[in-house]
Design a protein around this ligand. Sequence first.
Ligand code: NAP
Length: 406
Amino acid sequence: MENIIKLNKDGSLSVPSSPIIPYIPGDGTGPDIWNATRIVLDKAVETAYRNEKKIIFKKILAGEEAYKETGEWLPEETLEQIKKYKVAIKGPLTTPVGHGMRSLNVAIRQELDLFACIRPAKYITGVPSPCNEPEKINMVIFRENSEDLYLGIEWEAGTEDAKEAVTFVNSKILKNLDDKTTGIGIKPISEKNTKRLIRKSIQFAVDNNRKSVTIMHKGNIMKFTEGAFLKWGYEVGENEFKDMIITEQELWDQFDGKVPYGKVVLKDRIADNMFQQVLLRPSEYDVITAPNLNGDYISDLLAAMVGGLGLAPGANIGESCAVFEATHGTAPKYAGLDKVNPGSVILSGAMMLEHLGWHEASDVIHAALQKAILNKQVTYDLARQIPGSIELKCSEFARKICSFMD
Ligand code: NAP
């Protein structure tokens, strides 16, 4: 029991010096990336704490490997292990498009109620970026993880269920949808799930001295789902963070556009506008909080702005468990080639270390990754954009990062 992370009553963690942390290597490029990540995490913990701390990694199964060994894509035992050990890290898992099973990644998030998907996008010096002033990019996305279109409530065109749903819609909303050729989906967004996400994002901004929280929504079109997300978001700000929150109007009227210390501006942007805002005026955005689908889209944009999916970490956090994973998928065309950038899972691992309170080890990773990039010794994705760079394999890049920890 002494190796098990415990959850305290106030939601904080009691972390032993050698915690057991389950990992899922993942499909496609997952195993290459995970092996590289593990080397870096072990070395960072050793560098920061010598022999005082060490992670005991424990393999758990999901995806193709699980299916081969157990006949199940996501064994119940895997979910039980994550619940037991509280913190886990995973590589990407394959999801077929347009047919077949639902996403295992979504299933893990929903089964464990990991309601907040947190994705930082911070520029690392030396990384090629399509933006003019990438050093101004330092945002954190809070993506709602448990509902919206990701609940997968949809019916295929031509089926009896789709006809029934279309008939209902036609009768209620007087639209003339064709019940034979129309596929139909449902987008649930609830007050409870919205409020807990927005609460977490504002609390994060307050705790980390962030300047603003922007609610990204499409409430002008989807009034009772995304519009409600916006309304409930402001309610959380006004009712629960009254002394810390200021409006954009107050920012300009009372503070001349400068956010006072200890205050957070709560504002909102319609989703389509949000995309051009972060590209053209990145310094005006800090924490972004969004429903599931918007959050998914903006994550990849911000990842591209700071160097692509090879450097895009993430965490899925609930009340009692947390699973750390990259923003990217399995990149199947590179599977087994020891080629892709392990940076996203390495940085997700650094987020995991911070979640454990092991900030020193996380700092070691950030510093060593920065040095490897400035040294221009990088994987293919960065090498193809950095003139004069040396292309390294996935595993070589991990070892290069480790070499900068000595
Ligand atoms: P993807 O796997 O993210 O790959 C898209 C492209 O992004 C790659 O072709 C590559 O670009 C670049 N990329 C991704 N990972 C990279 C890395 N580590 N280093 C450098 N570049 C990287 O997206 P996808 O092809 O749309 O999805 C493939 C599968 O992954 C699908 O089954 C999908 O459902 C699944 N998926 C899983 C997760 C998850 O596990 N959380 C998330 C997203 C998608 P270039 O071609 O330009 O080199």
